[in-house]
Each structure stands twice: as C-alpha cells, then as structure tokens.
Design a protein around this ligand. Structure first.
Ligand code: BOM
Length: 141
C-alpha cells in the first residue's frame, strides 16, 4: 500500500546523505529522497542509480551483481507497520523491472532505469506515496 511505501521511503531515504559523495548525486538533481516520488521529478540521472546502489548496499538489499536480494528486501519491507501488505508486490515489481533492463551493462545506468520503471509501475498499482504521506512519517526514522 502507499501508506507502507511512505514508511519504506522515509527510512530508506535516510541513507542518501551517506551516499552523496561516492555517487556524485548533487542536491540540485535531488535535494531530499522523498522527491523521488514527485510528479515532476524525472528518474533519469546516472548518479541517482549509483546512489540507489550505495543506499541499498547499506541495508544489504542487493546481491553482488546489484540485482535485488529477494529475501532481504522482503524482510526489510515486512519490518514496517503493515509491511506484509507490500513486501511481495515490492519484490515482484522490482524483479519485473530488472528483467526489462537486464541488457544494460553499466550498474548505475541499469539501476536508474529499473528505478524509473519501478516508480511508474508503483503508480499504476496504486502503491506510490504522496510526498505529504512521507513527510508525516519521516520523524519516526
Ligand atoms: O536492480 C536494481 C535494484 C535496485 C532497487 C531499487 C529500486 C527502488 C527505487 C527507489 C525507490 C525507493 C523507495 C523505497 C525504498 C526501496 C528499497
């Protein structure tokens, strides 16, 4: 659900600052992680892909080949309130997007394509959060 996704985003987004330097993602491109879900934020920058890999690695959510670690991702999402309502869909959406871009060799380029696909599909499934929902839970993390 979008409510659960707002919690996951609020928690996951905390790792952004730790990953700015190594990813090269500027605050001009993305000031705060919550804006990932904004209508007018385009998920296109290679540096965002690098940042997502770095952030996910801090939470052990990826395999060495940067593909999603299904068990760890499932457990991570489940750890949030009502998380079991989203965990399976989350893994399903990401795997489906990974399959579509498997031919892209560069890890950062591929990951930003996967993330854009994930954002679009999450909207279609009605599990994309509003920014205000993320803001409402950010203080919890
Ligand atoms: O193969 C690449 C796998 C990378 C997964 C990252 C996709 C997630 C996009 C960013 C959106 C984040 C919102 C919540 C946290 C997700 C872990």
């Amino acid at each position: 659900t979008a409510e659960v996704m707002s919690h996951v985003t609020a928690h996951f987004g905390k790792a952004l600052d730790e990953c700015r330097e190594e990813s090269g993602l500027s605050t001009e491109v993305l000031e705060e992680f919550k804006h990932f879900w904004s209508e007018d934020f385009e998920v296109v920058h290679r540096e965002l892909g690098c940042a997502l890999i770095c952030m996910s690695n801090k939470l052990s959510l990826l395999h060495d080949d940067t593909r999603v670690h299904q068990v760890n991702m499932h457990d991570y999402v489940k750890s949030f309130p009502n998380g079991e309502a989203l965990s399976e869909m989350m893994v399903k959406l990401i795997k489906n997007c990974e399959r579509q871009y498997d031919n892209i060799k560069d890890d950062c380029d591929r990951t930003v394509k996967v993330a854009a696909c994930f954002k679009a599909d999450a909207k279609k499934e009605g599990v994309a959060p509003e920014i205000t929902m993320i803001e409402a839970v950010m203080e919890k993390y």
